[in-house]
Ligand binder design. Structure first.
Ligand code: HEM
Length: 147
């Protein structure tokens, strides 16, 4: 079981309570699709992902980026049991969507960069450490049901 300090718990709750899901989610997913173009293969039904401008302006990318953040919200609310919280979502990504689990880390790094840009000076090393620990647990939990 993952242990969280009071600081880590407070930091994660604070970051998500201030976060505009419909801004940060789309920006993080768009960045992932731009920086790691092979991740586009999973979104063949999303229409035009032809270049960075098209990806950033694509309403399906925006909608799905927001969905992902709502998915993360479930981990924030269940910090002591992230693995079972994500059991079903892990099965979905592995068995139905066939998403290579390495991509979870790529998306989480893009999310860190977007959050860092939004928080500016508030995103201290300690805050980053807490945020990345949280995302590492999310990434590992989402990868749990892969065989
Ligand atoms: C669907 C969460 C990472 C590809 C979903 C859904 C959620 C979610 C909540 C909707 C599930 C449903 O409809 O029941 C997350 C979280 C991630 C993550 C929390 C990591 C932080 C990724 C990555 C990829 C990916 C890295 C691919 C590169 C997909 C696809 C769908 C999906 C293709 C179905 C989209 C559709 O057609 O509507 N994800 N996801 N996910 N996810 Fe993820």
């Amino acid at each position: 079981m993952v242990e969280w300090t009071d600081f880590e718990r407070a930091t994660i709750v604070d970051i998500f309570s201030k976060m505009q899901y419909e801004v940060v989610g789309p920006a993080a997913l768009a960045r992932c699709l731009i920086v790691y173009p092979w991740t586009q293969r999973y979104f063949g039904n999303f229409g035009n992902l032809y270049n960075a401008a098209a990806i950033s302006g694509n309403p399906m990318v925006a909608k799905h980026g927001t969905t992902i953040l709502h998915g993360l919200d479930r981990a924030v609310k269940n910090m002591d049991d992230i693995k079972s919280t994500y059991a079903e979502l892990s099965v979905l990504h592995s068995e139905k969507l066939h998403v290579d689990p390495d991509n979870f880390k790529l998306l989480s790094d893009c999310l860190t960069i977007v959050v860092a840009a939004q928080l500016g000076k508030e995103f201290t090393g300690k805050v980053q450490a807490a945020f990345q620990k949280f995302l590492a647990v999310v990434v590992s939990s989402l990868g749990r049901q892969y065989h």
